[in-house]
Design a protein. Structure first.
Length: 237
């Protein structure tokens, strides 16, 4: 065999060896792919779980952060002013315009505030279970819209968070029937079964209760539901 032939055979052997090595590398990479995918999916699942927990924590605390405002006001009022520092909305007066913004966070006493706190927290959490965006829209409509409606149409001065509570209540009652999705519908049915007695608050059943504020809030809650609901485009969940 000549030196040229030996060189040619050597080059062919080297090429064959290179191809065999490449083939083995491909086989090893394919065989280890499921393991790598399994390891890759675990951090993703953990991140998704962590993200859900973070969102839940933020949503759970949001109503309590809002409630810190009226509770601070009431504590200051009772400790330093013996219950005389009230911030109501006075209908159709220049001085009463500021009450559009402050009346929801002012209460007559701790009993008044505690009653509103419980309902506000429960209804807030129910809306937040569906949508944080819907919650902010509904809350702002109840706070500012309710304050303005009382200033414009109310028969006398009023204050308290109950108008906002009724806005949340109205939204919750109607959103499920509008969207016809499983989760919103379940929430609406739950509120209807457990809190339907709230509807009596929109009628003049007690002389010391600003029922008109409840009525304005309830109607604004229905308006909010019509304004934010989304037509189902995919699975109804």
């Amino acid at each position: 065999m000549t030196s040229g032939q030996e060189s040619l055979m050597s080059s062919k052997d080297a090429e064959v060896q290179r191809q065999l090595q490449q083939l083995m590398a491909d086989i090893e990479s394919k065989s280890s792919l499921p393991d790598r995918q399994g390891h890759d999916q675990q951090p993703v699942a953990s991140n998704q779980k962590l993200g859900w927990l973070e969102r839940f924590k933020g949503n759970a605390l949001l109503p309590l952060q809002i409630l810190a405002i009226p509770w601070t006001q009431e504590i200051i009022d009772q400790v330093f002013f013996q219950g005389r520092w009230n911030l109501p909305v006075h209908p159709r007066t220049i001085d009463g315009i500021s009450g559009i913004f402050t009346s929801a966070f002012s209460h007559a006493n701790f009993a008044h505030l505690i009653g509103n706190t419980i309902a506000f927290t429960i209804f807030s959490w129910l809306i937040l279970a569906k949508s944080r965006q819907d919650y902010w829209i509904t809350f702002l409509i109840g706070w500012l819209g309710g304050g303005f409606a009382t200033w414009l149409l109310g028969p006398q001065s009023a204050h308290g968070l109950s108008g906002v509570v009724y806005t949340l209540f109205g939204y919750l009652l109607f959103i499920g029937w509008l969207e016809k999705r499983i989760i919103p519908l379940f929430i609406s049915v739950f509120v209807l079964i457990n809190y339907s007695a709230f509807i009596w608050g929109v009628f003049p059943t007690h002389p010391m209760i600003a029922w008109w504020g409840h009525l304005f809030g309830f109607l604004l809650g229905i308006l909010a539901a019509f304004g934010v609901y989304r037509e189902p485009t995919g699975p109804r969940v």
